[in-house]
Design a protein around this ligand. Structure first.
Ligand SMILES: [Zn+2]
Length: 472
């Protein structure tokens, strides 16, 4: 989820925006026959084939790949949208029908997720984010997280023909074979454990299989990419969090953390890490993206970077336009007293409209996302790249990737760029399955070797107070 600065709005919540189905089993043989026929065509004939015929061939390839390998998306913020827009009441939203036309909040986007579109997008498994605002701390953060975990399970209970909870790599494969969509839980911010390894363990027991070490602001033990550095990586307690996650078998998610925290976590972890929704910083200089030196470390670690679709993370022109627009907005309105039109919403809106007319928003499209996937493949290797859309956590999506039904179009684009079926399978889900399996193996070894960590934030990070006069 994006978070915006200042007041958190329901729409912009969670991820990056806010501040503050089953493939037809019978299709495989038919497709293979067609592929054979196509292979036998003379090249000239193939080149002369109408565009539509060639496009259909790409679609069939993607169908074939996704019938064998579950497509696994690393990050979707629908649970928070259900909480923010419908009070967490599943009776108020029908996910069996399109949600695209449901009314959106004034500054929010139409919903990007529903079951028909998940099916059309051939999604095999989805990590559902149980994000809560970074400003929510303490016991309230824990309660809200538990409620969001409960909501994901309620989703599965309400739509049992389509969604099934998954806790392991083997679960994902089994659920995919049964033509259902695996539902996994990701905790999107270390602030959600309230500095307690016991809470971390309870989240694992509740089903969480990754935790992002920070969201948009620092925790007491790790720096965020979008906050002023305080720890320059991980504190001693932060390193213990990573070690305990390794022991539990919970994936360490380095989306949202600072580059120093990425490097620190990669030094400590014994299991492969993930970036559940992050793109490549060499292409777009946003701190939410992953620098090349870290991509090289991820390759050594065996982890996977799952590419985020947010326009401001995949287009440098768009990132700069976003910054310019934010500056312009601040010029018009800088509470409590500054700005040319402070307190006059109509004048502010009119001035922004005029500015946007004079400065058209740079278009961002599916090809920009494909560029990031290809860059990560070039630097880290094809075994270390995946997909982490951030749908329903971003206020806007690239043209061609408007919702969860569009994943096959992204894979088809990679196919057009020369990716083999085996490579498409890796980016779609095989890499994440491998990482989960390895994290499970590391967990089995560590659980046999050591007990749950008894460390506390106070003992590791807080300097003991010196005894005062007369103290015993
Ligand atoms: Zn996020």
């Amino acid at each position: 989820m994006l978070a915006t600065v200042g007041a958190v709005t329901p729409s912009a919540h969670a991820c990056e925006c806010v501040a503050a189905g089953a493939a037809a089993a019978g299709g495989t043989a038919r497709s293979a026959v067609r592929a054979g026929l196509i292979a036998a065509w003379p090249l000239a004939l193939l080149l002369a084939a109408p565009l539509t015929a060639r496009a259909a061939t790409g679609t069939e390839r993607v169908e074939r790949v996704l019938a064998q390998t579950p497509l696994i998306d690393g990050h979707n913020d629908l649970p928070w949208e259900i909480r923010a827009r419908f009070g967490g009441d599943l009776a108020k939203i029908d996910l069996a029908a399109s949600t695209a036309a449901l009314p959106a909040p004034p500054d929010g986007a139409p919903l990007m997720t529903d079951i028909p579109r998940l099916r059309a997008g051939r999604v095999g498994a989805q990590f559902w984010s149980v994000w809560i605002p970074a400003a929510t701390r303490g016991p309230e953060a824990v309660q809200m997280t538990l409620e969001q975990i409960d909501l994901v399970k309620a989703l599965c209970a309400r739509y049992p023909a389509d969604l099934a909870m998954a806790y392991t790599a083997a679960d994902i494969v089994r659920v995919h074979k049964a033509h259902r969509i695996g539902a996994l839980i990701g905790v999107e911010g270390g602030h959600q454990i309230n500095n307690s390894l016991a809470v971390l363990r309870a989240y694992y027991e509740g089903g969480a299989r990754y935790m992002t070490l920070t969201h948009s602001s620092n925790t007491d033990w790790a720096d965020s990419a979008t906050d002023t550095p305080a720890h320059h990586g991980l504190t001693p307690f932060g390193r213990e969090v990573v070690r305990e996650m390794n022991r539990l078998g919970m994936l360490v998610d380095l989306a949202h953390v600072s580059a120093d925290t990425m490097r620190a976590a990669l030094t400590v972890t014994e299991a492969p890490v993930i970036f559940s929704h992050s793109s490549a910083r060499a292409l777009v200089d946003h701190p939410r993206d992953v620098p090349d030196d870290v991509l090289e470390l991820v390759a050594k670690n065996g982890g996977v970077v799952m590419v985020n679709f947010f326009p401001g993370y995949v287009s440098e022109a768009r990132r700069r336009w976003d910054a310019d627009r934010a500056a312009e907005q601040a010029r018009y309105s800088s509470p409590p007293f500054g700005g040319l039109y402070i307190g006059q919403p109509e004048r502010i809106a009119a001035a922004l409209r005029a500015w946007e007319q004079a400065h058209p928003k740079p278009p961002v499209a599916l090809a920009d996302v494909a560029d990031h996937i290809e860059h990560i493949r070039k630097v880290a290797g094809v075994d270390h790249v995946g997909i982490g859309s951030d749908f329903d956590g971003i206020p806007e999506a690239p043209v061609g990737l408007e919702g969860v039904d569009r994943f096959p179009a992204l894979l088809a684009e990679l196919g057009r760029r020369g990716w083999s079926d085996a490579q498409l399978a890796k980016v779609a889900g095989a890499n994440l399955l491998r990482v989960m399996g390895q994290a499970e193996a590391v967990s089995a070894r560590l659980r046999a070797a050591r007990a749950p960590s008894g460390a506390t934030f106070a003992t590791l990070d807080q300097t003991p107070a010196l005894p005062g006069p007369g103290a015993r």
